[in-house]
Structure formats: C-alpha cells, structure tokens
Design a protein around this ligand. Structure first.
Ligand code: G4P
Ligand code: NA
Ligand code: NA
Length: 194
C-alpha cells in the first residue's frame, strides 16, 4: 500500500536492525486519514470472506481495526492485556510470549462478544514473531468461530511470524512488508513477490 509505505519512509525511525518506530502515525499519535485508507484496504481484501467480527489486541491494533470494521460494517473486539473485573470462567484466555519483552502475558476477551456462528478477521498493527496473532488465533479457536484470515499493517518479513501463519494455511494480508532494516535503511518487499 503506497500511502502506508510513504508514511513509513517519511516518519518511520529505524531504531535497530529489527525495530521500526512509527509513533507519529500508528503507535502513539494516530493519523486518522491514513487509518481510514488502511481500513479500506483490509475491507476490500476481505470483503468476500463473510467476516462478522474483527478481533484485535489493545492498544495499537484498535485504530486500524475500527476503520476496517467501519468499512465492513462489523463490530470490533479487542483482547485485553490487563485483567478486567470479570470472572475467569466468563473469559477466553490465551498466553502470549513477547520476544521483545521476554515475558509471557495473558490476553483475554469476554465470552459475550464472539460466538461459534462468527467469522473472525484478526487485525494487528505489527507482525514480528507472530506470538500476538497466535494468541488471537487461540482465542478464536476457543470461541468455535471460523477464521477468515489475518490482516497486518506492517509485517517485518525478516522475522518468523508470517511463516507461522502461512504454514497453517491461513490467509494473510500485510499492507506493507519490510524485508530489511539493516544499516538504517528501510527495504520494502515489492508487491507480488514472496
Ligand atoms: P510478536 O507478537 O510478533 O512476537 O511481537 P513482540 O512480542 O516482539 O512485540 C511486542 C510489541 O512490540 C507488540 O506491541 C508489537 O506489535 C510491537 N512490535 C514488534 N516489532 C515492532 C517494531 O519493529 N516496531 C514497533 N513500533 N512495534 C513493534 P504491543 O506491546 O502489543 O503494544 P501496543 O502498541 O499494541 O500497545
Ligand atoms: Na500490537
Ligand atoms: Na505495537
């Protein structure tokens, strides 16, 4: 997605060979117009999948998910990272290991908002090692819903997450794929190439 790649080039900061900071439009300050275009891209890509719910993870997954939900006219459920004041048997839970933070966190959603009749689209801001998406897939499995696919704003193609998802034959759409951040340079994968 050209507008997204342009924003990454213009505003992104390469913090290391593996980390890209995009606080000015995605992870801290949010660019609503860009988010709207991102939502449209996801909606166009998944419009024939019969999606009934979008599932994401707080906090940075929420903005692109709401924009996609607006286009697809479906509700957005965000998994929580902090425990809410809900009894455990009223929740679907999954463990998510963060390679960045070297800790395991429990994520959860209420059983009220996704049912076995739903067709779920998972959306997240970044795909790195894929642990967050795997956790959202585990929650989806517990609900009995079917999974339409996974939509990612920025995929780091040099990390393992995309392979983990594709190996399970789950449709994956990443709006920008970064093949390298080496030497402070952002290299995008060309559209159409694997
Ligand atoms: P993984 O799920 O793919 O294994 O990711 P990892 O544990 O490595 O990432 C932890 C957090 O860092 C996640 O956000 C993830 O989206 C984000 N992240 C991973 N790589 C990058 C990167 O290169 N740049 C930026 N900006 N973020 C990255 P989170 O802790 O869930 O935070 P939130 O922003 O959603 O609140
Ligand atoms: Na995230
Ligand atoms: Na994030």
């Amino acid at each position: 997605m050209k507008a997204l790649e342009n924003a990454i080039v213009k505003h992104g900061k390469v913090l290391s060979d593996t980390v890209l900071k995009v606080d000015s439009f995605l992870n801290h300050q949010i660019d609503p117009e860009l988010m709207q275009q991102i939502g449209e891209e996801f909606a166009v890509h998944f419009q024939k999948a019969g999606v009934t719910k979008i599932l994401t993870l707080e906090s940075s997954g929420i903005a692109p998910s709401v924009m996609a939900g607006l286009q697809l006219k479906v509700p957005v459920v965000f998994a929580r990272k902090k425990k809410s004041l809900t009894l455990k048997d009223e929740l679907y839970l999954a463990e998510v290991y963060s390679f960045t933070k070297k800790e395991t966190n429990e994520i959860s959603i209420s059983k009220d908002y996704i049912s076995s009749n739903d067709i779920v689209l998972i959306i997240d801001d970044f795909l790195a090692n894929g642990q967050a998406v795997l956790g959202l897939m585990e929650i989806t499995k517990q609900t009995g819903a079917s999974l339409a696919g996974v939509g990612i704003v920025i995929e780091k193609g040099f990390q393992n997450g995309a392979k983990l998802i594709r190996d399970k034959n789950i449709p994956l759409k990443s709006l920008a794929i970064i093949d390298s951040l080496a030497n402070g340079q952002i290299t995008f994968r060309k559209e159409g190439s694997l």
